[in-house]
Design a protein around this ligand. Structure first.
Ligand code: AMP
Length: 407
């Protein structure tokens, strides 16, 4: 017996019904806001992530599935969507606005546990080409709306601004000075990062007490980043999106500037409570070779965690299960089933060949709202129907079954 790899999952029914709900809600939301679908390669050149995400980030340093392919190139199973989306935007001409949505697997070599997998799924939105706060606002509002539409409980939104590159280089020096002063109290991991990625230490859980006194980016923003952050907050307020300002939120990757945000759910223990996050990443285009900045904002939300936080629904899986009393009318029943499906009803059947009792068992297992039995009444244009929730039975004109289901 060969089993699946550690940190990977087979997502099968009944669990996968919740995934379908998530993916449909996401796709519907994206369409309502004018985001087109992007289908992206799972495999990219390693350099894309080394340069885009940043060589000194935890993802690139420790977690990538990287190998040499048969042509001798270093390739990587994508650990995130954003760098690939910007690459695709640039390769497609890199002009104007492009609003993209994507869903699919990501790969990170992590210590697997619940909500932390080696192959995990994200839904992702990217708003490319727009430097204005409206892009940040839209991406944040959509993220909150998706979770609200799915009924995820206890969601909080944290936002922050980490400023522009020039603000950050001034701030980084201040932070480094502070960190060198408290180096003896920091974890080994953080001590090692003081010089190459000091911002990352700000959101280190292990060092929270020590960095509580550190200077924060918000106090060192330039005029433009300050105005941008004010515009983002104003826009969120106007839409009634509630948030907390989190001065130590920086997010792990190198490409962010200005707005960063993260969404949490009270449904989880702290370590896995992040449902997703994102921000503005104007520097990313140039990091991967664009000659001019590509202003953009994006978000990635973790599907495993959203699915785990979604409430159960009692929504039936099918509208109707069609059972055959004998095999005499199979061809006519097949045509009827086809018409019901044409009308948008979710219908299943076995096409006869088994006892009514066996078919009723299958109907119960199928999660259908009702069963229709094709028997002798068929010749008078009728079927017997049974509501599987209430047990109520009736003889109905076959043309009225749709209405009966929608009653
Ligand atoms: P990140 O790209 O690290 O900001 O991750 C965005 C979201 O993806 C997180 O908030 C999680 O919900 C989800 N996520 C990240 N890494 C994993 C993982 N290893 N397993 C499951 N979900 C993850």
């Amino acid at each position: 017996m060969i089993s699946r790899l550690k940190g990977t999952d087979d997502i099968l029914p009944p669990e996968s019904a919740r995934w379908r709900r998530l993916l449909r809600a996401f796709d519907d939301l994206a369409a309502r806001y004018g985001y087109d679908l992007a289908l992206m390669p799972v495999l990219e050149s390693t350099e894309l992530f080394a340069r885009g995400v940043g060589a000194a980030t935890e993802v690139v340093e420790k977690q990538m599935y990287t190998f040499i392919d048969q042509g001798g190139r270093s390739v990587t199973l994508r650990p995130e969507f954003t760098a690939g989306m910007v690459r695709a935007y640039l390769e497609s001409g890199g002009a104007g606005f492009m609003k993209l949505s994507a869903a699919g697997p990501q790969f990170r070599y992590e210590q697997p546990q619940k909500g932390r997998r080696r192959q995990f799924y994200q839904v992702d939105l990217e708003y490319l080409g727009d430097p204005e706060a409206r892009a940040d606002i839209e991406i944040i509002e959509m993220s909150c709306r998706l979770l609200a539409e799915l009924g995820v409980p206890g969601v909080t939104l944290h936002i922050n601004s980490i400023g522009d590159a020039a603000d950050r280089s001034v701030y980084r020096e201040l932070l480094r000075d502070f960190l060198h002063g408290v180096a003896g109290e920091l974890s080994l991991d953080s001590r090692r990062r003081i010089d190459d990625n000091p911002l990352r230490i700000l959101d280190s859980k292990a060092d929270a007490a020590v960095v509580a006194a550190a200077p924060v980016p918000l106090d060192h923003l330039g005029a433009e980043a300050t105005a941008h952050f004010a515009a983002v907050r104003f826009g969120l307020d106007a839409l009634g999106v509630t948030y907390e300002i989190a001065p130590r939120l920086v997010r792990g990757l190198d490409y962010y500037n200005r707005t960063v945000f993260e969404l949490f759910s009270s449904a989880f223990a702290a370590a896995q409570s992040s449902l997703g996050g994102g921000g503005r990443y104007d520097p990313l285009g140039e990091l991967i070779g664009s000659r001019r900045p590509i202003p953009a904002v994006g978000v990635a939300l973790g599907c495993e965690r959203i699915v785990a936080a979604m409430p159960e629904t009692r929504e039936p899986r099918l509208d109707l299960f069609v059972a055959m009393a004998g095999d005499a009318r199979t061809a006519e029943a097949a045509a009827w089933v086809r018409r019901l499906r044409d009308a948008g009803l979710r219908v299943d059947w076995e096409g006869g060949g088994r006892s009514l009792k066996a078919q009723f068992k299958a109907a119960d297992r199928s999660g259908a709202r009702g069963v229709a039995i094709v028997g002798d009444e068929w010749d008078a244009g009728e079927v017997r129907v049974k509501d599987l929730a209430t047990g109520e039975e009736a003889a109905l004109d076959i043309e009225e079954v749709g209405e009966w289901l929608h009653r």
